[in-house]
Design a protein. Structure first.
Length: 276
């Protein structure tokens, strides 16, 4: 969705859906085709019967609550005797609870706890009778993958319509805290805390005209309008991680990556497509 200024008022237009872009982002994930989920209704939508391996980040000292979704192949009578969750033997910084799951369909709460930093990707495996049936990739959270920034919130006073009085912007209650917590998903921290500036007067004519002209131009940003389709805005998407913290995947300082082509910054391991 894009904003336009018309007669001093905001007008909204819908996003253009780029199917090629959606496919490109899906292809960044390791994935498996689950053939028994395919049916006449979804056969043209392969993402509905594809298992995309989840990717997550977690910082030292953080506890994450997730849901494990269990489904069984209706074409098989026998069900596994045990479903267990486990990290690799060399993984000392992560733990999961519970370590075994009940043999039933539905959502089962699980908790992942991080007690340290690690420089290599870790994997939480889900095994049914020792056969891998799911996993979560956890990206490295060591110092070289982190990024520190400074954040300032400013209440801006504007007068975009000369026939009306000025307006002072507001900082939403809890907004800065939500912003800081959400940034942690991209391993970005705000060590000095959020600074607050009570008011910035931008009611002069020069600013008003420049602001209106800016909104007539095409802009690149990391804004998220997913709440318009019913998705609660409390998380970042994988693509956003790599844009705002390029070494979350590369593991290299910003100085080593800033001159590279953007595609190289976003390049990530893409495992081959598998079927089962």
């Amino acid at each position: 969705m894009s904003n336009r200024i018309q007669d001093g008022n905001y007008q909204y237009s819908e996003f253009e859906t780029l199917e090629s872009s959606i496919i490109r982002q899906r292809n960044r994930y390791e994935r498996k085709t689950i053939l028994w989920l395919k049916n006449e209704e979804n056969k043209a939508k392969n993402y509905e019967y594809t298992y995309f391996t989840p990717i997550m980040t977690i910082m030292n000292g953080v506890v994450v609550n997730l849901n494990a979704v269990i489904k069984f192949n209706p074409g098989k009578k026998d069900r596994p005797k045990m479903i267990k969750l486990e990290f690799g033997k060399d993984c000392k910084e992560l733990s999961v609870s519970p370590s075994t799951l009940p043999i039933k369909e539905g959502e089962i709460p699980i908790t992942i706890t991080c007690s340290g930093e690690f420089d290599k990707e870790q994997v939480l495996l889900v095994k049914a009778d020792e056969k891998e049936c799911g996993k979560i990739r956890i990206l490295p959270n060591g110092k070289q993958h982190q990024k520190e920034i400074k954040v300032v919130t400013i209440k801006v006073r504007t007068r975009l319509n000369e026939n009306r009085g000025s307006k002072l912007g507001k900082i939403s209650t809890g907004g800065p805290d939500l912003f800081v917590n959400t940034l942690k998903q991209a391993l970005i921290t705000v060590p000095e805390g959020v600074e607050y500036i009570e008011e910035l007067d931008c009611t002069d004519e020069e600013f008003t005209n420049a602001y209106k002209n800016l909104y007539k131009q095409k802009r690149r940003n990391m804004l998220d309008y997913s709440h318009h389709v019913g998705i609660e805005r409390n998380s970042l998407f994988y693509l956003q991680w790599m844009y705002i913290n390029p070494y979350i995947a590369s593991g290299k300082p910003e100085s080593d990556t800033k001159n590279k082509d953007k595609k190289e910054k976003l390049k990530h391991k893409n495992a081959g497509k598998k079927e089962e």
